[in-house]
Write a protein of this length. Sequence first.
Length: 347
Amino acid sequence: MDLSKIFRKGANPTKMGGQAVMEGIMMRGEKKTALAIRLPDGTIKIETGSIKEPKRWMKLPLIRGVVAFIGSLVLGTGQLMKSAEVLGEAEDEEYEETRFERWLNEKFGSKAAWNVMMYMSVVLALAFTVGVFIILPTGVVSVMKLFTDSIFWLNFAEGVFRILLFVLYVYAISFMGEIKRVFQYHGAEHKTIHCYECGLELTPENCRQFPTLHPRCGTSFLMFVFIIAFALHFLLGWPNLALRIISRLLLLPVIAGLSYELLRWAGKGDSPIVKALSIPGLYLQKITTKEPDDKQLEVAIASINAVLEAEGKKAPAGGQEEKADDGSACDGCDADSCCDTYGKGER
């Protein structure tokens, strides 16, 4: 893994981030969001929205991580459902509501029904995550009590099992056709953000030359969550199963808050420590991102341009990334300023 292509010299880290959805990308800026979806007829449908300004106390260190995690989960689930709905409408104009959807619409109204389904999806996602990746590992490892009373080895085995279970789960779903498409859009999102942060014009040709891995990816956040949980659980000893489950659930906000702060710090620097801490998440991104095609890059570009336009900002107009004397690309900054300052191939 060439970290110099991921932590690029001259790049300007931003708050721009996103999420891959069904045949599209949701891009999120400082104040606005944009959902861009490739319809079956080849056109790109774009919808923009606003981000609610958090209260002052929600911006405090550690607390902001929990707020960001919950907010991202709700927004991401909603956008994923929205993309599926848009594609369903485009493919079949005579779509019939299910009996459950009809009941919700009649009972609450269409907008409220949508919110009910979205929050139900979030609750189900959380329940699945907690059940599979928190309760299951500590329950399974309880069997080791028959062979050892060592608190160290019991906690170590639980942490390793939890991480392996998560990685194997992500790897298994990566073979599913729809998920593979989502992972390609995930790669397109990262390439486009790299291009934007390096000040280059947002074109498929410019975006294509960047890696699909990015240090501020939510995948890295999840890996930080597992690693920090691995460390903190050692402090709790090895009580009975009920107390272990309760203690691990109570620690979740602390773990989420610490993971968020670590991700923010890692996204702003490129020191050896930052790179070392980022490596597990970057390797996991090798599973959750795939090389996109130009049409997928076009969707990512449309999404980021929509956010910039909604926020009253201009897209970068830097030229195509220059090639160094050895045929490799420069470090990804604006070619007009980079190569004038350093000379081609001298960085």
